[in-house]
Design a protein around this ligand. Structure first.
Ligand code: ADE
Length: 239
């Protein structure tokens, strides 16, 4: 799978891409990530990429020409051109279902904003999908792009050593509406806290049943809203 990240701050990425799962996925050729500096498409002598908003108001707005030129050049580099995703707080909220859907694309182009936002004509011309990673405002789309890459890369076949491990994650597979339950490793006892006996029993059925009930209990305590998603809509209502 290939990601192209369009940003004004490409230097934010190498540290993150050079570690752990991402690093191995790139080394093994399962994932390619190219960063492009939008400023390289600025045409004036000051290399400006932003300007004051028409009508007044605080902050600066990303200009239409460098962004559109940058996206179109990057899209033209491959066939098919790749699915364009703009990271903005106004987008659809990111969740595991969105990650599953995005992972079906061979190529994603992630467009990161800065300043007060994008000139609206960027949306009109490029018609991107817009994704938000949550209802808060970041200083730019770069961290959001990293979140999207991180969540999607886990789903690329072969990236996780154990093919099962993304399936057993919270929000995934049969756990779609459940948080992951508790896990233990050695030692068996630490400061008086013992590993639950059932996990030492070797009885796989009992262990699976215990894990499921832990997971349901944790979800009920922390995120009862997820369990509500399981309930069928009441007949005659819109919910
Ligand atoms: N850019 C600024 N805030 C953002 C958010 N919450 N999600 C995605 N991109 C953003």
């Amino acid at each position: 799978m290939r990601f192209d990240v369009l940003t004004l701050f490409p230097n934010m990425f190498p540290g993150y891409l050079g570690q752990s799962v991402l690093k191995r996925a790139i080394e093994r050729g399962l994932v390619t990530i190219e960063c492009h500096n939008i400023r390289d498409w600025a045409t004036d002598k000051h290399k400006s990429v932003d300007d004051r908003p028409y009508g007044g108001g605080p902050g600066m707005v990303l200009k239409v020409e460098p962004v559109v030129d940058c996206v179109e050049t990057v899209q033209q580099a491959t066939q098919p051109p790749g699915h364009l995703v703009m990271l903005t707080p106004q987008g659809q909220r990111m969740n595991q279902a969105q990650a599953d859907r995005l992972a079906r694309h061979q190529r994603l182009i992630l467009l990161c904003g800065r300043y007060e936002g994008f000139d609206e004509r960027i949306r009109r011309i490029l018609d991107p999908e817009e994704i938000s990673i949550g209802d808060y405002v970041l200083n730019g789309g770069e961290v959001a792009a990293m979140v999207v890459i991180d969540a999607v890369v886990r789903l690329v076949p072969g990236v996780l050593g154990d093919e099962q491990s993304s399936i057993s994650d919270s929000f995934s597979g049969v756990n779609r509406h459940l948080l992951e339950g508790s896990q233990y490793t050695r030692p068996r006892e630490y400061r008086g806290h013992r590993v639950p006996e059932v996990l030492l029993s070797g009885n796989h059925e009992e262990i699976a049943a215990w894990r499921h009930s832990e997971s349901v209990a944790r979800t009920r305590r922390r995120r009862a809203d997820l369990l509500d998603e399981n309930k069928p809509a009441k007949p005659g209502t819109d919910d």
